[in-house]
Design a protein around this ligand. Structure first.
Ligand SMILES: Cc1cc2nc3c(=O)[nH]c(=O)nc-3n(C[C@H](O)[C@H](O)[C@H](O)COP(=O)(O)O)c2cc1C
Length: 190
């Protein structure tokens, strides 16, 4: 029997996205974003609070990158969600991580995270109920050691973090249990 547990703003899993952008002086800042999702074949939507350093930077630079945080980098990924570049001037530098400029967009790529999307700003979307940043994914880069033989990212090698907003946990990726667009085909035949 199900219990009513109230208004809980959570689905599971949520991604752990490392959103990186430059300020006007090309200083790197990175934030942790769980409220983000692919919203078209080449678009991503991020729900970032107005006035956060990353929000300000994307307004300025019109571009950003989105990396998938992996288990090996959970401490820094979490730090990027606790500290703000508005208050801590060396937020990125104190991690000891490395950034290079994307060759596709005006945004930094954080070298330590194995998969990264390079995005151009399309719009700041403001409606009565929604405030979001929409980006066009112009390219994705991935370290060779997380690719499978078919050249695609292998989630079992990537070990991306998953975020649980019910209890504020980070979880690691489990084993593949089925193939999408396939696990349900037997029911199609009924
Ligand atoms: C697990 C986790 C997920 C988060 N998801 C979001 C999010 O989706 N949107 C948001 O505005 N802030 C989110 N935050 C909070 C920001 O990462 C935090 O406010 C950060 O300090 C902003 O950094 P900045 O001001 O340097 O851009 C999240 C924090 C954590 C720890």
């Amino acid at each position: 029997m199900k219990k009513d547990i109230g208004v809980i703003p959570a689905v599971y899993p949520m991604p752990v996205l490392m959103v990186a952008a430059y300020d006007a002086n090309e200083k790197v800042n990175v934030m942790n974003v769980a409220w983000g999702q692919i919203c078209d074949m080449d678009k991503i939507i991020l729900f970032i609070g107005e006035g956060k350093k990353t929000w300000l930077n994307i307004q300025e630079s019109k571009a950003f990158t989105v990396a998938l945080a992996d288990e090996a980098h959970v401490d820094v990924a979490d730090f990027f969600g606790i500290a703000s570049g508005n208050k801590i001037n060396d937020k990125f530098e104190r991690t000891g991580y490395h950034a290079v400029k994307s060759d596709k967009v005006n945004a930094p790529i954080i070298e330590e995270f194995p998969v990264v999307m390079e995005c151009e700003l399309l719009e700041f979307l403001e409606t009565e109920y929604v405030s979001a940043i929409v980006g066009k994914i112009v390219n994705v880069k991935a370290e060779e050691n997380v690719l499978s033989e078919n050249g695609k990212v292998d989630p079992t090698k990537l070990q991306a973090l998953m975020f649980d907003q019910f209890q504020n946990g980070y979880y690691s990726t489990g084993e593949k249990v089925a193939t999408a667009w396939n696990a349900g085909v037997e029911l199609m035949k009924k």
